[in-house]
Structures are given as structure tokens and as C-alpha cells.
Design a protein around this ligand. Structure first.
Ligand SMILES: [Fe+2]
Length: 262
């Protein structure tokens, strides 16, 4: 009796196995997802619109896309941590650092251009707040390529070609020792200049080695790329070019030129 039950169970199992195979369903059931791909495509846990700075002068402007929109070049987790932990941290610490001072009534640009570089709390956090606002703005999903219009002409005139600009900007990011930023700025004469700054310094601050209005900024802190690229900063820099929103950069270029001509 026991043996016949085993035989019947075995028969039913085989029938099920073959019928599933016939319908190509067995493969679906036993398919094991690639853990790396799963991490890249996992739904982010948060929503950028939920990220609010503590009450104060400077608030989060929101992200113009979802946390996973910059994948595969920058993964969702990196964007989420970067925006919802690092960036909001700079906003909160900036608000704390200027609470009760005259700086509370100033724009972020005024704070940076008139900065007392010895005031480390304002220097680091005003820089961090401004730099990240720019960073999110000059990236977009399905972007990259080459610029058009006046900025394209200026890049060719200044650097010889777009490829030469790309090399110089990439080198500025790659050679920045430790944490910092690579920049493309419009200087006070209206010329394009490439350079880099350490930490959260930026070209609006006095005496940082590069001066002008930033129109493109690339974060080369490890928190911007480490989850996906580990120590391979050069790979992140290559990928970053697929995300540059040249329409946004071009508008910033035109605005900076218009301001100089006023
Ligand atoms: Fe950052």
C-alpha cells in the first residue's frame, strides 16, 4: 500500500513537471534573479518630495526626477542617499550656522561671494547646499550627447573641440585629490574656464583658484559614486557625461553672459 502511494505521488509529480516544461512555465518558476541586477532595479524606498529641511531660510528644491531615473549611470540607492541624507544635511547645518545672523536674509549666492573663508560651518554647508542644487539641476535622464547653440560655439572656441573639453573636465575631476568638485564656469570676462575645488568649496567663493559663475558641476566625493563604482572614479566620470542636461547648462551659460553684459 505504502509503495503504491509513493508510485502514484511520483507519477503525479512527473506529469506536473512535464506539463510545466511543455508550457515553458517551469523555467519561470525556478529562475533565480541576479542579485546585482536586482539591486540596480529595486524600487527605491523613498520619494524625493518627502525630503524636507528643518525650518530655516534654505529649503530643498526637490529633485526634477525620481531616485531611479539616472540609472544605470548612477543607481537609485546612491541618488536617494545623496539627496535625502547628504544634501538635506547641508541645508540643515547651513540653517543652523546662520540662525540669528545677518546671513539669514541673504541669498545663497551672496553668502558665497562674500564668504568669510574662516567660517568653516558656513563655508562647508553653504557650499554643500549650493553645489548639490546645481548638480541635480544639470543632470537628467536620457541626456548627455553634445551641447548646441552659443555654449557649443564657446566650447569649441575655448578648448578646440568638444572632445578636448571633455578630456579637460574629466581630468579636473579625476585629479582632484580627495573629495571635491569639477567645474565649468563663466568668468567675469565671459570666458569659459574648467577647474576643480576641494571639499564643498566652489568658484563663487573668494580665492579658491577658479572664479566665476558655475554652469556645470560634477561631484567627485565618494558618496556620489561608491556604491556602483567603488574606487573607480574614472568610470563614474565617463558615465556622468551620459547624464549632462546640456539644455540646462546652456541656459545657465546664456544667463551668465546676459548678466555680464548688463
Ligand atoms: Fe555630494
Amino acid at each position: 500500500m505504502k509503495n503504491s502511494k509513493i508510485l502514484i505521488a511520483g507519477f503525479l509529480f512527473s506529469t506536473l513537471l512535464f506539463s510545466c516544461k511543455d508550457k515553458n512555465k517551469l523555467e519561470e518558476v525556478v529562475e533565480i534573479p541576479d542579485p546585482v541586477e536586482q539591486t540596480k532595479t529595486a524600487t527605491p524606498v523613498g520619494n524625493p518630495a518627502d525630503v524636507k529641511a528643518d525650518p530655516g531660510t534654505f529649503q530643498m528644491k526637490g529633485l526634477p526626477y525620481a531616485y531611479d531615473a539616472l540609472a544605470p549611470y548612477i543607481d537609485a540607492k546612491t541618488v536617494e542617499i545623496h539627496y535625502s541624507k547628504h544634501h538635506v544635511g547641508y541645508a540643515n547645518n547651513l540653517n543652523k550656522a546662520i540662525a540669528g545672523t545677518a546671513l539669514e536674509k541673504q541669498t545663497i549666492e551672496d553668502i558665497l561671494t562674500k564668504l568669510d573663508m574662516e567660517n568653516k560651518a558656513v563655508r562647508n554647508n553653504a557650499g554643500g547646499y549650493y553645489n548639490h542644487n546645481l548638480y541635480w539641476e544639470i543632470m537628467a535622464p536620457k541626456a548627455g550627447g553634445e551641447p548646441k547653440g552659443a555654449i557649443a560655439d564657446a566650447i569649441t572656441k575655448t578648448f578646440g573641440s568638444f572632445e578636448n573639453f571633455k578630456t579637460q573636465f574629466s581630468d579636473a575631476g579625476a585629479k582632484q585629490f580627495g573629495s571635491g568638485w569639477a567645474w565649468l564656469v563663466v568668468d567675469k570676462a565671459g570666458n569659459l574656464v574648467v577647474g576643480s575645488t576641494p571639499n564643498q568649496d566652489n568658484p563663487l567663493m573668494p580665492n579658491v583658484g577658479i572664479s566665476g559663475t558655475p554652469i556645470l558641476g560634477m561631484d567627485v566625493w565618494e558618496h556620489a559614486y561608491y556604491l556602483n563604482y567603488q574606487n573607480k572614479r574614472a568610470d563614474y566620470i565617463t558615465a556622468f557625461f551620459n547624464l549632462i542636461n546640456w539644455d540646462a547648462v546652456s541656459k545657465k551659460y546664456d544667463d551668465a553672459q546676459a548678466k555680464i553684459k548688463k
